[in-house]
Write a protein of this length. Structure first.
Length: 486
């Protein structure tokens, strides 16, 4: 399959071109991404602090100049992007251009492009990203005259003016594919370069594969002026990881509408790596994985006695008792903690949100080192939480949200001094059913979650809350095993 795709990409039929469009200056900031992205469409995903990417992309197109005969135009885009921070990156792209026809040639650099991108969220990985990018094209391209220019030339190497572009970027990432969407406005100080709205969309399949991935993208450039103009590009390609940190990419692009060249092949390399610390190349598969936090050594020197008082609030659901039972189940395998069964004792508080004085008295009576108490602040069960447009569409969904305010009081050996830690946490769970088009009624209870489903979703929300609570406590107290840190 890969061989057939390669042959299809490399097959190059006879070309047609529009010299008038080729000779028109273009906005340099409509350029390939130097950081994350494909060949036309930029990605909102950040590089990450201290990480870099080098890119070398090449394209060659055969043309015909009536005055000189057959010729060729070569375009090379070379550049680098560097992560200034977790959510910010700086890019630089310098194009190299070569035009040849009838034994004459002209070569030099095009206008370099500086870019600055800010992404949200600034962490890796994430299933969704939003980004904003500003691009600046500097009029530093080659402006010399050659023999080709005496017959009208082929391309302008520089717009001879300051070019600007602003883009809005969005990504959705799954384990098997990534979807990218761009939209932006591009303007030049050169009156010959039309202001344009540019939008594009792309998909990369197998981005997490260690060997290769496939991609496709579409870009449209629309100018709303008296000289209305529309260009479009469609491209398909693949990337191969030739060795660690180096990717070979081959693409076939097809020009549509007013694009000056019918189709062409692009090929080149991308390199990924770390610029800070031990400078090195690293594979795309590994470089953007989150670094594991150093594991905290857990060597308890004594066994702590822990009392968990049934949380108050929403007693009709048994919320407090169910939460405490789940916490005890999670802590039971750890020998460094002894969870005291308060039901065995009389004349002590067993439920409610204890005040510090009440917790101190409990600790003194039973010789307890830690008391956990709290109140369930939220217990929201929504059986019909999905999108519902009567008689049009129904997305059945059950949603449960549980909130808890809790206090952890740690006592010293004499049970006269204590350290208090207060926090809030929540647990969320959802159960989605299949989409229903043109439902016959406004609300069909038979299509929503059953009583058994609601019970299961509530248990999942309580479990999620307990996991979040223990993770927060593990990051705060050394006597909680680090296994709970998420």
């Amino acid at each position: 399959m890969g061989l057939l795709l390669s042959l299809g990409l490399l097959y190059q039929p006879a070309q047609a071109q529009d010299l008038k469009l080729l000779r028109t200056p273009v906005n340099a900031t409509i350029s390939p991404p130097m950081g994350q992205g494909l060949d036309l469409v930029h990605s909102a995903e950040p590089l990450g602090k201290g990480r870099f990417r080098l890119r070398m992309m090449n394209r060659s197109d055969p043309i015909v100049v009536p005055e000189l005969g057959d010729g060729n135009i070569y375009t090379g885009n070379y550049g680098m992007a560097y992560g200034l921070g977790e959510a910010m990156e700086l890019g630089l792209m310098v194009p190299f251009l070569l035009d040849a026809a009838g034994g004459f040639n002209k070569y030099g650099t095009g206008d370099p492009v500086l870019s600055l991108k800010i992404s949200r969220p600034g962490r890796l990985p994430s299933s969704f990203y939003m980004g904003y990018q500003v691009l600046l094209g500097l009029p530093l391209g080659y402006k010399g005259q050659h023999a080709l220019d005496k017959v009208g030339g082929i391309r302008s190497f520089s717009s001879e003016s300051l070019d600007m572009g602003v883009q809005l970027l969005a990504d959705i990432h799954f384990s098997w594919a990534s979807f990218m969407l761009n939209g932006g406005y591009f303007r030049s100080a050169n009156a010959q370069v039309l202001s344009q709205l540019v939008y594009g969309m792309g998909i990369e399949i197998g981005r997490m594969n260690r060997r290769f991935s496939f991609n496709g993208e579409y870009q449209s450039q629309v100018a709303f002026t008296e000289q209305a103009q529309a260009r479009a590009l469609f491209k398909m390609g693949f990337r191969i990881n030739v060795f660690r940190g180096v990717q070979l990419e081959i693409n076939r692009q097809v020009g549509l509408l007013d694009y000056p060249v019918d189709s062409s092949i692009t090929f080149g390399f991308r390199m990924h790596g770390f610029m800070t610390g031990r400078r090195r190349l690293e594979s795309r598969y590994a470089i953007y994985q989150p670094s594991e936090p150093p594991r905290r050594l857990y060597q308890p020197s004594e066994v702590l006695r822990l009392a968990i008082v049934d949380f108050e609030g929403f007693e009709e659901y048994g919320a407090g008792t169910r939460l405490v039972d789940k916490i005890k189940t999670e802590l039971e395998p750890h020998d460094s903690l002894e969870v005291v069964d308060l039901a065995r004792y009389a004349d002590i508080p067993k439920e409610g949100f204890l005040k510090p004085r009440q917790a101190l008295e409990l600790a003194q009576k039973l010789g307890i080192d830690v008391v956990v108490t709290g109140v369930v602040s939220t217990y929201d069960v929504d059986r019909f939480a999905g999108l519902q447009v009567p008689f049009v569409i129904d997305l059945p969904e059950a949603h449960v949200e549980v909130g808890l305010r809790y206090r952890v009081l740690v006592f010293d050996e004499t049970k006269t001094q204590m350290q208090a830690f207060s926090n809030e946490t929540e647990g969320i769970s959802r159960l989605r059913k299949g989409m229903r088009l043109l439902p016959p009624t406004k609300r069909d209870v038979t299509a929503s979650a059953s009583a058994g489903d609601l019970q299961r979703v509530q248990e999942e929300a309580l479990t999620n809350l307990v996991n979040n609570m223990l993770a927060s406590m593990a990051s705060q107290f050394t006597w909680i095993p680090p296994d709970f840190i998420q």
